[in-house]
Design a protein around this ligand. Structure first.
Ligand code: OXD
Ligand code: MN
Length: 600
């Protein structure tokens, strides 16, 4: 049996145990240095795990295809294995730790025979910061190693920081035979451990990301008194030179990555506005010694969706992925560059699709449906540092101070463009009751409303009712908690057209949010919360009429009453442990609605 010798006895014992079970032929510790990375790439090119892209057009870029049945997170196969079922709540899949370890061990047994097991020591957040957490991932996939090198801080420095007895999350990943019937994504919060087997898709296998930074971290955050959230972090530089930071929670397919990298519209850029991207997916937030909320992005890379990413929707992302990027499941062009739907330019005359088959525009399947060149969830993995708007604060050990928290969703006809909660408790209620309509690109029925509290439904590592309680208690720890806002960029008119232009123009709304958070501007009180006055939004360079504005902010009493009915069904799932404050807010909103007189 291959062995390595480490100073850290617990780490050593755990690796021995996992080696015993998986039986790799060799063990390699990932050092984080460039030479080793080059060798790993070379090895992956030789086996076909990776394809080298055109190095003069895409320097440092590589290409990977996953198995066709392994293209997205598999929520149905994702489990929280706490000892008591009630601790994971009604929104998580549960299995008992004891029987699950046994079941998964059978799949892991001998699964790395003839293969190499890589040991990846990694730090989520700057190495050594009190905001950060360390993990060690064991994997038999070079693709995982190369992604982790972009997404997190990896290597010898982390091992040195762990010393002889530092705490770490045990992360085990094995590709096994990638049979969907033998695929399991398992979290053992009470053991600070993750086991993922049978998948090669990013969200299931880059264990620092969703598994550690959200599911395990949310459990730890509850215990230790901080917040691990599915949120972007961005800074808005104001014309007076100050930078104010926001975090934002949005369910999938609401443009979170685009918002994190927003480019100001010309007229606002001229006035001196600028955006600083701290992160596009995860925020870890703590109350610091000044009594304010501070946030770090524990990641160092983006793992973003490609279809729909283009110079209009996200020019900064297009810039960020020109070099040193891993492309997964897109169309491969004959010149070894890449293409995806709604990307940059028309489709090539021919290419190889994400499944490895020859492709031409207009190709259809047996049912006559168009065959896509790129998988709808195809991805780029790129270093944040390559993004033109990357923040200079990403290595700061306690991150950035947060002035406002944004929650969002995709609602075609219900929610106004923006509204502000009355206070922290009301803001938590807005978070607990968040929902979004599914798009064609998502699994499930198009247009169907999916409840997704604070965008954490698939990521909360414990009972969500207690998660709401934790949020309520965090508000009491702060001297001046950030204000909480809800935004909906996706309201449509009666012709089915988006009313608000979105993208860059969203900065006008972020600006109002920041003005509100500093008490510099007034607002209109509605049953939902405070909404902006038309004249308070900086519309320089944008032709947007008051009539369209009023359409954006129309509040339909009947539609909201129906929403409350639907919401009740969701909240009832939690039974008695739902915090009384959430029920109080529900009732107060119901009462405000009853009194409300629509003016149309
Ligand atoms: C992601 C997701 O990949 O939320 O970030 O699914
Ligand atoms: Mn995400």
């Amino acid at each position: 049996m291959p062995k390595i010798k480490l100073k850290h006895k617990k780490l050593q014992n755990w690796i021995n145990e996992m080696t015993e079970m998986c039986r790799p032929e060799k063990i390699v510790v990932v050092s984080g240095d460039q030479q080793q990375k080059k060798e790993l790439e070379k090895e992956a090119f030789s086996t076909g795990e990776l394809i080298k892209l055109n190095q003069s057009k895409l320097p440092g870029c590589v290409y990977h295809r996953t198995a066709v049945n392994d293209v997205a997170r598999t929520e149905g196969l994702t489990f929280i294995c706490a000892r008591k079922k009630k601790d994971v709540g009604p929104t998580n899949n549960w299995m008992s730790p004891k029987s699950t370890y046994k079941k998964a061990a059978k799949i892991f047994k001998n699964s790395m025979k003839g293969r190499i097991m890589y040991i990846i020591p990694f730090s989520m957040g700057p190495v050594g910061s009190p905001f950060s957490k360390v993990g060690v991932e064991l994997t038999d996939s070079i693709y995982v190693v190369l992604n982790m090198l972009i997404m997190t801080r990896v290597g010898s420095e982390v091992l040195a920081y762990l010393g002889r007895d530092g705490k770490f999350t045990k992360c085990l990943h094995g590709k096994a035979d990638r049979d969907i019937n033998r695929r399991l994504i398992l979290h053992f919060p009470e053991d600070n451990a993750i086991w993922s087997v049978g998948s090669g898709y990013g969200g299931n296998v880059l264990l620092g990301k969703k598994c550690l930074s959200l599911r395990i971290a949310s459990f730890l955050a509850k215990k230790e008194g901080w917040l691990a959230e599915h949120m972007l972090i961005l800074g808005v530089e104001l014309p007076d030179g100050r930078i104010k930071y926001l975090t934002g929670a949005f369910p999938s397919a609401c443009g979170k990555t685009n918002l994190a990298m927003l480019v100001p519209p010309k007229a606002l850029k001229k006035k001196g506005y600028k955006i600083w991207t701290v992160g596009d997916d995860i925020a870890w937030m703590r109350v610091d010694s000044d009594g304010a909320l501070w946030a770090i992005n524990p990641e160092t890379g983006f793992f973003g969706v490609l279809p729909g990413t283009n110079p209009h929707t996200n020019p900064n992302a297009m810039e960020a992925i020109k070099k040193n990027t891993i492309y997964t499941n897109v169309l491969l062009k004959p010149d070894l560059t890449v293409w995806w739907e709604d990307g940059d330019g028309p489709p090539p005359a021919r290419g190889t699709d994400w499944t490895g088959k020859p492709w031409q525009p207009g190709r259809v399947d047996e049912e006559g449906k168009p065959i896509k060149g790129a998988q709808p969830n195809s991805r780029f993995t790129a270093p944040i540092a390559q993004c033109p708007s990357a923040s200079f604060r990403s290595e700061h050990h306690h991150g950035v101070p947060i002035s406002a928290i944004i929650l969002g969703g995709r609602r075609a006809s219900l929610a106004p463009l923006v509204y502000e909660s009355f206070n922290w408790q009301h803001g938590v209620y807005l978070g607990a009751t968040m929902a979004s309509e599914r798009t064609a690109a998502q699994y499930g029925k198009q247009g169907e409303v999916r409840r997704d509290p604070i965008a954490m439904l698939p990521f909360c590592g414990y009972n969500m009712a207690n998660y709401f309680r934790h949020w309520l208690s965090m508000g009491k720890k702060m001297v001046k908690p950030p204000r909480i806002f809800f935004v909906n960029w996706f309201r449509k008119d009666k012709h089915g057209k988006f009313i608000w232009p979105g993208f860059s123009e969203n900065l006008r709304i972020l600006n109002w949010i920041l003005e509100r958070s500093e008490g510099r501007v007034g607002a209109i009180k509605t049953p939902l919360g405070y909404i902006p006055r038309y004249e308070d939004i900086d519309m320089t360079g944008l032709n947007f009429s008051r009539k369209r504005w009023d359409e954006l902010f129309y509040i339909s009493k009947k539609a909201w009453q129906n929403e409350l009915k639907d919401l009740k069904k969701f909240l009832n799932k939690f039974g008695k442990i739902l915090p009384k404050e959430v029920i109080e807010e529900y009732k107060a909103f119901d009462k405000r609605l009853k009194k409300y007189r629509e003016n149309r």
